[in-house]
Write a protein that binds this ligand. Structure first.
Ligand code: UDP
Ligand code: MG
Length: 320
């Protein structure tokens, strides 16, 4: 048998147009691997997914794979998004411990040993908790993350500080469970927690994106937030009913009040028209929000029933 069966550690990195970052990433990552994981009894591998890059990323990765047999490159036929890219790599993982990180060096590779040590201690999932968050695209990028973190904390019931950080380590069986999930709209950190018993967080350094620009526009981000919200909780739908009941009750009380008022002031006039409009607009707004939310669920149900593959692998590159 070859080394595959006793593979210890797999590093998973999604790549989408990261040509400026790959050289520095590789330099720092390979140094960490050589220094901290030199034990030949604990072999490692690095799996890159090229998520349909349009720059030189794929060629650079293939070169790496040619030079280093422990590097594998999963080539997608187009762009499917970060989480699909990670799943694409998961499908190739041989290791007992899996670590994911971003390619843009916002997650320092030097933190990997810390996460692995925690898994060795017995944790199933180890999340990175970004210290001193740096974000060049500040407000639109950090504010939604804060909201997502708060919502996720509530909906998943696991009190983590930082769900957005993709520098994370998983025990093999948690990853296998995630691979069994066929749903397309999945948010890996939250999904992982639903299969783990012992979850912890370690503080990790966080840098600015080394080069290039964030691959998340506002729209992609909004989509991700809805994925998170709708795939892990029915709470928003339940809130709709609660809201409906409260509104109906208030409306009924208002009606009673108006009847009483009418009897007491038979000459009463229509000075309440503007108030009425205000109330009307408010509720019409609420209805649209509610419809929108239902639409988000239904849209996702539609996606799921079509059962389209989450990604298509064009080729897996690895030196033989
Ligand atoms: N990424 C990807 N496919 C995408 C978007 C992003 O594989 O469609 C990768 C990207 O190359 C990077 C990681 O996912 O390694 C995080 O992306 P980015 O840094 O743009 O996200 P942010 O840090 O802004 O959340
Ligand atoms: Mg980034």
């Amino acid at each position: 048998m070859d080394a595959i069966s006793n593979m210890y550690l797999s590093i998973v990195i999604p790549i989408y147009n990261e040509e400026e970052n790959i050289p520095a990433l590789w330099e720092r990552l390979s140094r960490v691997m050589a220094e901290s994981f030199a034990d030949p009894a604990k072999p490692w591998e690095i799996i890159f997914t090229d998520d349909g890059s349009r720059d030189r990323s794929l060629a650079m990765l293939i070169d790496l794979a040619k030079a280093e047999p422990r590097v594998k490159v999963v080539e997608f036929n187009r762009n499917y998004g970060q989480h699909s890219a990670i799943f694409g790599a998961f499908a190739e993982v041989q290791g007992q411990i899996v670590v994911t990180l971003d390619a843009d060096l916002q997650n320092p590779p030097e933190e990997i040993p810390k996460l692995v040590a925690k898994v060795e201690e017995g944790f199933d999932v180890v999340g990175g908790w970004r210290q001193g968050r740096q974000d060049n695209d500040s407000f639109f990028r950090t504010m939604p993350s804060k909201i997502v973190n708060a919502i996720t904390r509530r909906t998943t019931g696991v009190k983590l500080h930082d769900y957005g950080c993709m520098l994370r380590a998983y025990r093999r069986d948690v990853m296998d469970a995630m691979l069994l999930c066929k749903e397309r709209s999945s948010f890996i950190p939250a999904l992982a927690n639903s299969f783990a018993k012992r979850i912890t967080e370690v503080p990790v350094a966080h840098a600015e994106r080394a080069a290039g620009t964030s691959k998340y526009g506002l729209w992609k981000l909004i989509n991700l937030q809805f994925d998170l919200l709708t795939s892990f909780s029915l709470l928003p739908l339940q809130m709709l009913s609660v809201f409906g009941v409260i509104t109906a009750a208030l409306g009924f009380l208002l009606f009673l009040g108006l009847v009483v008022y009418r009897f007491m002031h038979p000459e009463g006039t229509a000075q309440g028209v503007f108030t009425l409009f205000a109330i009307l607009f408010f509720f019409v707004g609420c209805q649209f929000i509610a419809f929108g939310l239902l639409g988000e669920y239904i849209g996702r149900i539609y996606q799921e029933v079509r059962d389209r593959p989450r990604y298509m692998v064009k080729k897996v590159h690895q030196a033989k």
